[in-house]
Design a protein around this ligand. Structure first.
Ligand SMILES: [Zn+2]
Length: 188
């Protein structure tokens, strides 16, 4: 069941799983954290990887650790058997579902971030508003104090028997009176 002949090779497979999505699930083990050791033609421990191509989704394989370099010995060997067509479709559909959910999750997180930003802006505005209210209250208080002072001054002025207006009137009347008297004395 193993061997590079049973599946299409990695290099010719489509990049279905790597087209901006990444693997649907994180690898559960590092490429070299496995036993027993499998050596490639370079006499080095081969990397144990998982395919996420549309052709062979989820199937594991060994590959030369120098893959895609000039020193690649070309070693490649499947670990798992081939998928039935049903299993292949099932894995592909599950992968698509995982990516869709991840995308939706990303959109929801973005919406949440927007809501949090709006809340922050709202709080800032409310704080600004409260500060302006305090300022207005202080101005109103000052105006009320000035009103009270003006009112007190007006009352004091009206209550006095000889306000400045009264003094002018008195002087005017007395002036007239003495003028008339003097006129009478001189010309009468
Ligand atoms: Zn090698």
């Amino acid at each position: 069941m193993e061997g590079s002949g049973s599946h299409s090779s990695q290099s010719s497979s489509s990049t279905w799983a790597t087209g901006g999505h990444g693997p649907p699930l994180p690898y559960r083990e590092g490429p070299f954290e496995y036993e027993p050791v499998v050596m490639c033609n370079c006499r080095m421990k081969a990397a144990k990887l998982t395919s996420w191509t549309e052709e062979n989704p989820g199937l594991r394989y060994y590959r030369c650790r120098r893959a895609r370099t000039g020193s690649d010995c070309g070693y490649f060997e499947w670990i798992d058997g081939t998928h039935t067509s049903y299993m292949k479709k099932l894995v592909v559909d599950l992968c698509k579902m995982i990516w869709k959910l991840k995308e939706e999750n990303g959109e929801l997180l973005q919406q949440l971030k927007n809501v949090e930003e709006l809340k922050r802006l709202n709080n800032d505005l409310m704080m600004e508003n409260a500060a302006k209210c305090d300022e207005l209250n202080a101005i109103q208080k000052e105006l009320a104090e000035r009103d009270a002072i003006l009112e007190a001054m007006a009352k004091k002025s009206a209550r006095g028997p000889c306000s400045s207006v009264s003094w002018i009137l008195c002087a005017y009347v007395l002036g007239l009176f003495f003028g008339v008297v003097l006129g009478v004395v001189i010309f009468g």
